[in-house]
Design a binder for this molecule. Sequence first.
Ligand code: RIB
Length: 302
Amino acid sequence: MYQNIKATVMGSINMDMILNMQRVPETGENVLGTNYGYANGGKGANQAVGLSRLGAQTKMIGKVTDDANGHKLLENLKKNNIDVSAVSLGGTQTGLAAIIIDGDGKNRIVVYEGANAEIDPAEAASFIDNSIDLLLVQFETDEKVVAECINKAVANGVVTVMDCGPAKPFALENMQGITIITPNESETKALTDIYPETDEDIFKASEILFERSKAKYVVLKLGERGCSVFDGNNIRIMPAYTANVVDTTAAGDCFTAAMALEYIRTGDIFTACDMGNKAGSIAVSRMGADASMPTAEELNNF
Ligand code: RIB
């Protein structure tokens, strides 16, 4: 259903080191883990895998170092049918994320950006033109490269979706005219100083984001509550689907990828967010980052 969509992701590529435990340690405390493993991750790469698995023609713009992790991650992207001709080799070290997951499937993540923070803005933007339908970006790369890519895409009439992870203050005023801006709860707090707890908080935070980014739609990802959609006038909460939560890692990446493709296909933000909710609920029921991304068939059968 998404085969004709040409999508480009500019973003991070990380090796994830995942440790499971019943309870995360307090400061100075040592707890025993139940198991650990390595997985392909990075918000950009996860979203690229999400798009490709749903059938879109996907290209990744990013950077990894010429080291073992860099090569493994590149191979994984290729295996997922992603065009990696715009991923450069170089920089200090390939990005790494240390992820600890508690018994309820909730995570805490520390990211070392490495090469992700060293993408050249002009080079990255040179891969964006009016031949693509969609550009997806996140905040796990330098702010300048995000701004340059968004501005080039907007100037070329490309639909732009900005996932605002991880939480940090970003100068949204330097990247105007985004189609959809989609932070989660902690990212909303970092960008607006409002944690979207009540309906009133959700409305106020959405208004601020709408003003600051001049986006067409503000979509807040609200975890197990689903998401909210604001178009500058009205707000609507779209409840999540129930799920057996195993690991919430990359659920937001999965939501963003599915929501973006469905928006391009239908032009309807509500259908798009409903698809994002379905995809997110599949992702939380599975372990891992890119490994939890569903196929189009799985979404259809949901
Ligand atoms: O969104 C999940 C991702 O955040 C993980 O794959 C990790 O690499 C961090 O970037």
